[in-house]
Design a protein around this ligand. Structure first.
Ligand code: SF4
Length: 186
């Protein structure tokens, strides 16, 4: 299935209750043939209004992290576990994740990236099928369906705790290393 087919299949989705409160369904954005896919949690307020993932304060930080490894959004793909904003940015509920996450896997199957960076607890747990938290899993490398999966801190974590910023920078350097092993060893 191509990425456009996944989007068509999702349609004007009302498969879970979040459809009632969302403004815009945020499917994902970027290069459909990307080597790197980043997976976040769910749209926030600005994403919900703009229809684009990671456009708020965390998105600005994401852009600066990408720039540090000589990338921008045109070279990667960004998606979320949930395509619709949970009210007041509450945590996703298990039934919402269960309903929405097949579309994330369809997106990944369509893109076939080399590396998937899971940003924070929810996407890490979904991709790895675990209940472990990001702090325990970060720094490890996993293989899921042939994709290299790297658990990473969510950029928003640095907005709440500035001391995490160097750790997040390290996560992005590892992402570059695994996405482009030839260049990083040159
Ligand atoms: S969160 Fe996912 S399953 Fe729920 S309405 Fe939005 S697109 Fe559909």
């Amino acid at each position: 299935m191509k990425l456009t087919d996944v989007r068509d299949h999702l349609g004007d989705c009302h498969r879970c209750a979040l459809s009632e409160s969302r403004t815009t369904l945020v499917f994902g954005a970027g290069n459909p043939k990307a080597d790197i896919v980043l997976v976040g949690e769910a749209p926030g307020a600005k994403e919900d209004s703009d229809g684009v993932p990671f456009v708020g304060a965390a998105g600005k930080l994401l852009d600066s992290m990408l720039a540090r490894i000589s990338l921008d959004r045109s070279g990667i793909y960004i998606a979320n576990v949930l395509k619709c904003r949970p009210p007041s940015n509450r945590d996703p509920k298990p039934d919402e994740i269960e309903t929405c996450v097949p579309f994330l896997f369809d997106q990944l199957d369509a893109i076939q990236p080399r590396v998937v960076g899971t940003l924070g607890n929810f996407s890490t747990r979904v991709l790895l099928g675990t209940r472990e938290g990001i702090t325990a899993l970060r720094g490890q490398v996993f293989n899921v369906r042939g994709w290299t999966v790297l658990p990473m801190y969510h950029p928003a974590a640095a907005l709440h705790n500035g001391s995490l910023r160097p750790e997040i920078e390290r996560d992005f350097l590892r992402l570059q290393e695994f996405a482009n092993p030839d260049r990083s060893s040159a």
